[in-house]
Design a binder for this molecule. Sequence first.
Ligand SMILES: NC(=O)c1ccc[n+]([C@@H]2O[C@H](COP(=O)([O-])OP(=O)(O)OC[C@H]3O[C@@H](n4cnc5c(N)ncnc54)[C@H](OP(=O)(O)O)[C@@H]3O)[C@@H](O)[C@H]2O)c1
Length: 238
Amino acid sequence: MYIVTGGGTGIGRAVALSLQSRGEDVLVAGRRRAPLDDVAGDTGGAVRTVRCDLSTPDGARTLAAAVDTDVDGLVHCAGGNPAIGGPEASTLEAEADLVRETLDSNVTSAALAVSALSGHLTAGASIVLFGSIAAEHGVGYYGPAKAAVASYALGLAASLGPRGVRVNCISPGYIAETEFFAGTMTPEREAELRAGTTLGRTGVPDDVVGLTEFLLSSRAQHITGQNLHLDGGAHPTR
Ligand SMILES: NC(=O)c1ccc[n+]([C@@H]2O[C@H](COP(=O)([O-])OP(=O)(O)OC[C@H]3O[C@@H](n4cnc5c(N)ncnc54)[C@H](OP(=O)(O)O)[C@@H]3O)[C@@H](O)[C@H]2O)c1
């Protein structure tokens, strides 16, 4: 089976629907009921869902408790930038909360999901984590958190490699049609981001599906510990 965290919306939703359309057993995790019900409804109930906050140990236990068979792949899309749409932190306490919330959303959630599912992972299983081009640009605490996710993927690949488990990180540039920007994206900013790509196009969740499914597949059996940018050339890496 495949687990897609954050699979109620955006990139995760596109990945979950694609895997299910190929006949895979898919479990989608997220905190809100409504997006989970939507993705389940769109597949006639074929995609199973579990409500959990993966930034907490209890949430990770809830995810693991919903898993009743071996896990062939974990796609960890849960994450985000809590600073978007929120007020500026005006006290040290608020600043500390924002740092912790950003790290919890992206780094703690990845660590807890992986640890909770570790015993279920088959030899040959593949884990795909999500970083961001923001790691290359800074971007408040979100960029640092995504840099940490990419580094975590590298270390995890080394520790799980002997079990035959591969771990890679996909770091997208701007991807439209997600809830990531919480309604704050403007046409002007979108045009700027599009102009920053070498392809002159805006990415959409389906652009991420192909690479994710490739990394999950045995065709990628010799690829692990990588951080792969998927951004229309906005940040060429070599
Ligand atoms: N869109 C972009 O431009 C972009 C660019 C680079 C990287 N990314 C990364 O790509 C990944 C997917 O994001 P997206 O673009 O598809 O945005 P999205 O639509 O906001 O998806 C994020 C999903 O994660 C879930 N989630 C967040 N925190 C969670 C938690 N603690 N426990 C469980 N579920 C949680 C959210 O659902 P609930 O709120 O219901 O839990 C939501 O469904 C994220 O890691 C994001 O940082 C996105």
